[in-house]
Design a binder for this molecule. Structure first.
Ligand code: PLP
Length: 439
């Protein structure tokens, strides 16, 4: 990681806005002044093509005019009122809209929150309350947020356990299938079976199936590097859950709302989850999240066990309603699917030229581009990824890396073809610089 530290120092020196003082910037010196669509402008008026989409929280584009108008309209009426005892027309309207988008055809309900973390944690609460069971099964590599329940369900590390533990009890982690790193000669089916066996192992040894409340899964792991599991694997786990009265809870905070070319990412896998958490792009990064599920499950808790003062706030609810309108009116789910195929082709063209590109995982405008030292050994190359995102940034592209060596590709879904083409032209230059040791 020496390179990354050097890179950090280098950037601090170039920084006009004292990075040490603000402590804001993890990757590079970006102080945003304004943003529109897929273009971000910094305080020095330099423009960037945004391939990060504010961490997949800006699916309808920065400062979407319809969202801004809806916000202004609501602010002019009133900003908010308690959400525990009372409600308001805007959040009632949003609740109905979200309930209709919940998995399953039954009578669905919505519990509002203010962050993805409280929504994933909310799913743990509802699963425990509804089933009367305490164990939660989640995944190695997962990211569900930073409140206690969310952090425990995610991929905890020793540092977290030492510094902020004890974490939530009765949370068990199982491995998530990664097709790129399959064993030699394994088919997709073999991978599905091997990982399903690994999933069942705890139940065969120490984990009481009848005390297990839910399995929580990002159907496509986001922060782990956009890992797309075999459909068969997801279905096997899902069927196991239903055989044993275990709820299936999906975290769609990162991958939902059109990101993967379907409205929700679970729809790629032919399943109907019991609980769903959404956030991020729901209100264009404003504090809005929600747990969606059947009324039967959500009624298992009194409001006082999950309500937040600002949950369903009318201003953010107005933004969310406008966001859902834009996704529908501009057919962004379909656009994401089509542009994702196009973007994948462009990355494949780069892979034809540059050997460091080991794997391209892409569904919708949602990609993980894995950089490796060589394609045979598949040894991760985090230095190459750090250099690529740094040079890309210098050349006007915002991109970060995931899990060390994976380039994260999650532009706003409204990105134009012209902007995409320009971004790939720049990336070609960047990989060329990398190949010739010019970074
Ligand atoms: N779940 C997933 C899959 C996420 O990617 C994130 C955020 O990155 C969260 C939950 C947590 O959301 P928030 O940061 O809004 O608490």
């Amino acid at each position: 990681m020496a390179w990354e530290n050097d890179l950090g120092d280098q950037m601090v020196h170039q920084n006009h806005h004292n990075i040490a003082e603000t402590q804001l910037i993890q990757y590079f010196n970006l102080v945003v002044k304004s943003a529109r669509g897929a273009i971000v402008t910094d305080v020095e008026d330099k423009k960037y093509i945004d391939l990060l989409g504010s961490d997949s929280a800006m699916n309808v584009g920065h400062n979407n005019p319809k969202v801004v108008a809806a916000l202004k309209n609501q602010i002019d009426r009133f900003i908010g009122y308690d959400a525990g005892y009372f409600t308001n027309p805007t959040s009632i309207k949003l609740g109905a809209r979200l309930a209709a988008l919940a998995p399953g055809d039954g009578h669905n309900k919505v519990a509002y929150g203010t962050s993805g973390s409280d929504a994933t944690e909310g799913m743990i609460k509802f699963a425990r309350a509804y089933t009367g069971r305490s164990y939660i099964v989640s995944y190695e590599g997962a990211y569900h947020g930073t409140t206690y329940g969310a952090i425990t369900a995610g991929a905890c590390d020793v540092d977290m356990v030492r510094k902020i533990g004890p974490l939530l009890p009765n949370v068990v982690h199982v491995p998530f299938p990664n097709l790129y790193r399959r064993h030699p000669g394994e088919s997709e089916h073999d991978v599905a079976i091997r990982f399903f066996n690994a999933f069942k192992r705890p139940f065969e040894t120490y984990l009481p199936v009848e005390e297990t409340a839910c399995v929580m899964m990002e159907p496509i792991q986001g922060d782990a590097g956009i890992i797309i599991p075999p459909k068969e694997y997801v279905q096997l786990v899902y069927n196991f859950c239903h055989e044993h009265g275990i709820l299936f809870a999906v975290d769609e905070v990162n991958q939902g709302l059109g990101r993967t070319g379907k409205f929700w990412s679970y729809q790629h896998f032919g399943i109907t989850p019991d609980l769903l958490a959404t956030g991020k792009s729901l209100a264009c990064q404003l504090p809005m999240s929600a747990v969606l599920g059947s009324a039967e499950i959500l009624d298992s808790l009194k409001t006082s066990s999950y309500v937040f003062t600002s949950g369903g706030n009318p201003v953010v609810a107005a933004a969310a309603l406008a966001t859902l309108d834009v996704i529908e009116e501009e057919d962004l789910v379909h656009k994401s699917a089509v542009d994702g195929v196009y973007a994948k082709k462009q990355f494949e063209k780069l892979a034809d030229k540059y050997d460091c590109i080991g794997d391209i995982r892409m569904l919708g405008l949602n990609g993980g581009i894995e950089l490796v030292k060589d394609r045979q050994s598949k040894e991760p190359d985090p230095d190459a990824a750090a250099k690529v995102i740094y040079r890309a940034f210098q050349k006007g592209i915002i991109m970060v890396k995931l899990n060390g060596n994976v380039l994260r590709f999650q532009p706003p879904l409204v990105i134009t073809r012209q902007q995409l083409d320009k971004a790939f032209e720049i990336l070609d230059d960047v990989f060329n610089d990398l190949e010739h040791d010019r970074i």
